[in-house]
Design a binder for this molecule. Sequence first.
Ligand code: 4AD
Ligand code: MG
Length: 434
Amino acid sequence: MIPSLDPKLSRPSLTNSSQPLNGWVQGLRGNNHVQFLQLRTNGNILQVVCEKETLGEELFKQIKSLPQETSISVTGSWQENVKAPGGEELVLSTLTIVGNSSDYPITPKEHGPDFLHNHRHLWLRSKRQLAIQRVRSELSFAIREFFRNDGYTLIDTPILTGSIGESAGTLFSTEYFDLGQAYLAQTGQLYLETAAFAHSKVYCFGPTFRAEKSKTKRHLTEFWMLEAETAFLDQDANLDLQERFVKSVLRTTIERTIEELKTLERDPEPLLKVLNTPFPRVDYGDAIQILKDAKETIEWGEDINAEREQILTNHFGTAIFIQNFPRSIKAFYMKQNPQDPRTVLSADLIAPDGIGEIIGGSEREESYEKIVERLNEEGLPPEDYSWYLDLRKYGSVPHAGFGMGLERVIAWVCGLPHIRECIPFPRMIYRLTP
Ligand code: 4AD
Ligand code: MG
């Protein structure tokens, strides 16, 4: 029987100590008299003290040679030890082997990233990987909590779609019976917009797909995106919501994963400092000027790449919104800026420390004529979007939304240089297995 464990506690409650603990041998160390067995149970690593004197010669010898990742069931009694994980350790009484293991490929020695990714199905058991997935789990939960508490309705948008959501350049497509091509969703946004006209405040949270040909540290071909869409919201209020949302869910996640961040040797203080400062809202044009002043060769109209995003966050010393991008480099659905028709009412939130863009969002074009004009400019057939265009026919309202890439935010929280460890099974241009 599995003891009732609060997944956030590093040990079962002391009153339950008579129940067996089930898990795997993460590691063993010690001497001829006492062995300290690291037991992985419910994703936590506990110390089990195995003393020859109480266990007897034979069992002690068996324990001493237990191969890594043998699955076992143990009983014992708890004692305090400030040096043990969680401040307590189990003094072993009985041990039963559940399943054998031999020649486990991931040993405590250093392995290269390729080897580890080839063994991702086993690598998930390692201490740092346990911590990263726990952070992911807490962040995902905090995201859902935030929107529920804010009165948003969860809308699950389809993964197989018939119209292009973001850009034709990064589409995965597949034959779909007699109906031609289906695409894997790049975004849930267009569907979410329709649901916002039903529920006013909606969000979706699921996997999205981009056939990104780039091998960068921040691109996956399958990543999880949180998207929110709100009716009767303008772009300034959309930015207020994003800032409140990011700050709230990151603070909550940090509070709930202090132990995991310690394992990852991530000091949360610099991040908390960023969360305690307002995020400057920098006009795209001003950002270009700052880059030019920093001797970058860039002209108005060009996109801002990752290196330049970092120059900008260094300049402001915190996360920043870059807003009002040129219309020509942004998606068809963004609302034209009435103050400067060359631009759209859009913004990207750029996280510091080289993490880069974590959110893209905008106010949506609510004029039927303007959005058809933009679809035509992009070479997207308006007839494929008739259902989306209906929103502009039947009670069109100002509305705005945004999408946040989950893995980039996890990399930020955990202080990781690459987002590929932030998802259990990363999909990249050169990786489809395990
Ligand atoms: O800026 P993007 O492309 O925006 C959209 O898809 C909008 N439809 C969202 C909306 O307004 N509802 O993507 C949003 C975020 C980016 O800021 C980034 O964090 C993440 O998704 N992202 C990726 N993350 C990992 N790998 C990729 N290939 C990513 N592409 C985008
Ligand atoms: Mg973007």
